[in-house]
Design a protein around this ligand. Structure first.
Ligand SMILES: C[S@@+](CC[C@H](N)C(=O)[O-])C[C@H]1O[C@@H](n2cnc3c(N)ncnc32)[C@H](O)[C@@H]1O
Length: 220
C-alpha cells in the first residue's frame, strides 16, 4: 500500500503505542461516552467509528444501535487494527464491519447515519480524508468529535504542554487552535465546548447536504 508520508509517520507512532493504548485511553472513557451520547444514536442506525484504534468505542456503539443497527469501523495501523479485531472476535459481535484501511481511501459498505471522530486529529485535519468519509455519509448525517485543543492564547506557555502531549500521537500536533473547524465547515448545526480545563473539546453537529460533496478548501 502506498501512503502519504503523514500516514506513514502516524503508522510508525501507533506501531509503538498499540500495546499500551487502552491503558492510556482509560481515563478519557467518560468523555468518550459523552461524545457517543451526543450522536443521539437510535436502534437500527448505521454508525461509523472513524480511525477506530483498538475498538474501545465498539461496545457502547453496539449497545446504542442494537442488533438491527450496524457499526462500521476502519483503522490504518495494522497493530491497532489487530487489537480491535481480537476485541470483536472475543465479543462475537455480528453487526460489526471493520477493515484495516486509511481514511483517505476506505470504501464503506453502506452510508452511515452518524460518524464518530474520537481523538482522530490527523484525520480531521486532512481535507482528503474528510472528502472521502463525508462523501459516503447519508445526507444530514450526525457527527460527533472529541480531542485535544490548545488553551486560550493568553495562557501562553501552557500550549507547549498541549503540543508536547499531542506530538507523540499526531503528525498535525501544531494545528490545535480550532481542530474541529474543517468538520464544522461541512455542517449546518454545530456546537462545541471545552473539556479538561480547556485542553480538550467535544463537538457535535449535522452535515449539510453540500457538506458531503467534494470540498476543495484547505490543504490536506
Ligand atoms: C488516538 S487514536 C484514537 C483511536 C480511537 N478513535 C479511540 O477513540 O480510541 C487515533 C487513531 O487514528 C488512526 N489514524 C490516524 N490517521 C489515520 C488515517 N489517515 N486513516 C486511518 N486511521 C488513522 C491511528 O492509527 C490511531 O489508531
Amino acid at each position: 500500500m502506498s501512503l502519504p508520508s503523514d500516514n506513514a509517520a502516524s503508522m510508525r507512532r501507533y506501531a509503538q503505542h498499540a500495546a499500551t493504548y487502552d491503558r492510556s485511553a482509560a481515563r478519557t472513557m467518560p468523555l468518550r461516552l459523552r461524545t457517543i451520547a451526543s450522536l443521539g444514536l437510535q436502534p437500527g442506525d448505521v454508525v461509523l467509528d472513524v480511525g477506530a484504534g483498538t475498538g474501545l468505542s465498539f461496545a457502547p456503539l453496539q449497545q446504542a444501535v442494537g442488533a438491527r443497527g450496524q457499526v462500521l469501523a476502519f483503522e490504518q495501523s495494522p497493530e491497532m487494527f489487530a487489537l480491535a479485531d481480537a476485541r470483536a472476535r472475543d465479543a462475537g459481535w455480528r453487526n460489526l464491519w471493520q477493515v484495516c484501511a486509511p481514511a483517505e481511501t476506505v470504501r464503506l459498505p453502506k452510508a452511515p447515519d452518524a460518524l464518530l471522530f474520537n481523538y482522530v486529529h490527523d484525520i480531521t485535519r486532512s481535507a482528503e480524508a474528510l472528502n472521502n468519509l463525508l462523501g459516503q455519509a447519508r445526507p444530514g448525517a450526525r457527527v460527533a468529535m472529541a480531542g485535544m485543543k490548545f488553551f486560550p492564547w493568553w495562557t501562553g506557555p501552557l500550549n507547549l504542554l498541549a503540543w508536547l502531549k499531542n506530538r507523540p500521537y499526531n503528525v498535525h500536533a501544531a494545528e490545535l487552535w480550532q481542530p474541529w473547524d474543517r468538520v464544522q465547515a461541512r455542517c449546518g448545526h454545530f456546537e462545541w465546548c471545552s473539556t479538561q480545563c480547556g485542553m480538550g473539546y467535544i463537538a457535535h453537529g449535522r452535515l449539510r447536504d453540500d457538506g458531503r460533496a467534494l470540498h476543495q478548501g484547505g490543504a490536506a
